[in-house]
Write a protein that binds this ligand. Structure first.
Ligand code: PBG
Length: 320
């Protein structure tokens, strides 16, 4: 590239957004040979977190960044993939989905307790209907006496409820804590057999204007095809369920290896009522998809099976 001006990376101001933008800025600088400067953009989601549920959930954090991209005020943006709506807006492309971080949810509990060690009557904070549904379903089927408590706020606020003794534990995404350098505060990693993560959890999306073909091509060097295939399947499942990012939907695609060779993709999906009284959980395994359309078809097919088992009735419910 002949242009040597710095690339402008649009980012939210939160600590998590700044941390992940910082990591991506370094990687982009390496592959493009250009300096990357961070441009802070305040989103409606930052100003009005408490109204997130009321204003519909999906994509509020993302809209302002996308507007800045479309207006040409920034060259690219980094999103948490799980916060991205499943419809790709005209004029923007997902130039890269880098290698995924740990997709699991984790527990930050008092006194270093693991999930299995939580005593009877423990109160676990989470604002996510998906986490509530699965934790409550697990508790019901294992005869555990735990209570899920709706909370909101950033990582500091949420962990604060444990540190100040209001709650016994909170559930967060491993990826966010790791990116903040706070992985050491995790007291247990929840098995994905107990709590399936949100579609796209742990993955980042690097987005730029469709018109910037040189930049898109350079950013594509950071794309990981396996992560891309996995999140494409997960997000197609979410889209086919017609659910948003605040719906009680979990999905995880992973690659199964036979010796050295990766030869199968497994997709697991779950929908549940937030009280955990009903859960639709299904899984499918097939050849590793070789195109975007093949990956999406896996998600759509599993969603159709879930809908046939009553998934739609569970998604109508909102926890908050
Ligand atoms: N819902 C908020 C959110 N969006 C992205 C992450 C970080 C994890 C990720 O990148 O998937 C988090 C925090 C959390 O769920 O604990």
């Amino acid at each position: 590239m002949t242009d040597n001006s710095p690339l402008r990376l649009g980012t939210r101001r939160s600590k998590l957004a700044m941390a992940q933008s910082g990591h991506v800025a370094e990687a982009v600088s390496e592959v493009t040979g250009r300096a990357v400067e961070l441009v802070e953009i305040t989103t409606y989601g930052d100003i009005s977190r408490e109204h997130l549920a009321q204003i519909g959930g999906t994509g509020v954090f993302v809209a302002a960044l996308r507007d800045a991209l479309l207006r040409g005020e920034v060259d690219f943006a980094v999103h948490s993939l799980k916060d991205l709506p499943t419809t790709q807006p005209e004029g923007l492309v997902l130039a890269a989905v880098p290698v995924r971080e740990d997709p699991r949810d984790v527990l930050v509990a008092r006194d270093g307790l693991t999930f299995a060690q939580l005593p009877s009557g423990s109160r676990i904070g989470t604002g996510s209907p998906r986490r509530m549904a699965q934790l409550n379903a697990y508790a019901r089927s294992h005869g555990l006496d735990i209570e899920t408590v709706p909370i909101r706020g950033n990582v500091d606020t949420r962990i604060g409820f444990v540190r100040n003794g209001e709650l016994d534990a909170v559930v967060l995404a491993a990826a966010g804590l790791n990116r903040l350098g706070r992985g050491g505060e995790v007291t247990d990693h929840l098995s994905v057999d107990t709590v399936l993560p949100a579609p796209g959890q742990g993955a980042l999306a690097i987005e730029c204007a469709a018109s910037g073909t040189d930049l898109a091509a350079a950013l594509a060097e950071l794309d990981d095809p396996y992560t891309r295939a996995a999140v494409t399947a997960e997000r197609a499942l979410l889209a086919a369920l017609e659910a948003g990012c605040s719906a009680p939907v979990g999905a995880l695609a992973d690659l199964l290896a036979d010796g050295q060779a990766v030869n199968e993709l497994r997709l697991r999906g779950v929908v549940g009522s937030t009280d955990g009284s009903s859960l639709v959980q299904l899984s499918t395994t097939g050849p590793v998809p070789t195109s975007h359309d093949d990956a999406a078809a896996i998600g759509r097919e599993l969603a159709a099976e879930m809908l046939a088992k009553g998934a739609a009735g569970l998604m109508g419910e909102r926890a908050q």
